[in-house]
Write a protein that binds this ligand. Structure first.
Ligand SMILES: C[S@@+](CC[C@H](N)C(=O)[O-])C[C@H]1O[C@@H](n2cnc3c(N)ncnc32)[C@H](O)[C@@H]1O
Length: 241
């Protein structure tokens, strides 16, 4: 094993922090192999499977692991989603840097493997609400995090199969019920960031007249109003304290 020659970004560092020490991990759609390399080199995890479905990143990861002397330590497999894994083979799966819909589809296609995991650490790059809507009826959200990296915000959702996650306000599918109930230190900045994004899209939609644009405008306006109401309720509960 070679000495350190890379650093994790704040986003991947937060993902790594969410992984319990000593568990076996499967990194689905590893991309570059940074997370598996870190988990082995830091001694945090005894064994890691890394999967990729695309040849370019698969080859890049293989070369990267060889350079670090980790080729025999990280088990790199080619394949779609959870398909290269057997149920119970890894304790924890990480699926990071993909859209929420894509992550939900991977979990659905590989549900036997997903359900056998002790927990799943999910980092949707967009559409976190789509992922939560699909997960909440049959997965418990154990923890949520949000991290800022170069002006962008990234959310991390830790779930386990079984039971369900109660969500009594539609806005919480977007914000995260655990981030909200725990009053995460970044909660209001995270909500403002989302609202800013919606306002930017709405300004563009204002200049379009198609039915589709109008429909999207209505939807985003509703989301904006819901987030505003959530901010008001947060500030009111803080005033009461
Ligand atoms: C944006 S990269 C993210 C890489 C890394 N997980 C991260 O968070 O930095 C997404 C990677 O997932 C891979 N990917 C997308 N869909 C996949 C699937 N269904 N199964 C396996 N890999 C997939 C892509 O080939 C790409 O390398």
């Amino acid at each position: 094993m070679k000495s350190w020659s890379f650093e994790l970004s704040p986003r991947l560092r937060k993902v790594a922090e969410a992984i319990p020490d000593g568990v076996t991990v499967a990194d689905i759609g590893t991309g570059h192999g940074l997370l598996p390399a870190y988990l082995i080199m830091s001694g945090k995890c005894p064994s890691v499977v890394a999967t990729e479905r695309t040849e370019g990143p698969y080859n890049a990861t293989r070369e990267f692991l060889e350079v670090l002397g980790l080729a025999g330590k990280v088990d790199l497999r080619m394949g779609d989603g959870l398909e290269p894994l057997a149920p119970g083979e890894s304790d924890v799966a990480v699926i990071a840097g993909m859209g929420g819909r894509m992550i939900a589809d991977i979990l659905f296609r590989g549900q036997e493997v997903a359900r056998a995991m002790k927990c799943l650490i999910l980092q949707p790059s967009i559409q976190g609400e789509v992922l939560r809507i699909r997960l909440c009826p049959s997965y418990r959200i154990l923890a949520e995090e949000v991290v800022e990296e170069r002006g962008r915000f990234y959310e991390i959702i830790v779930v386990a199969y079984g039971g369900f996650t109660p969500v009594d306000n539609e806005a919480l599918y977007e914000v995260g019920p655990v981030l909200y109930s725990k009053r995460h230190p970044m909660l209001t900045r995270w909500i403002h960031h989302k609202m800013q994004g919606y306002r930017r899209i709405l300004a563009r939609l204002d200049r379009q007249s198609s039915e589709r644009a109008k429909e999207r405008h209505r939807e985003l306006t509703m989301r904006l109003n819901r987030l505003h109401a959530l901010l008001v309720s947060i500030s009111q509960t803080e005033e009461v304290k």
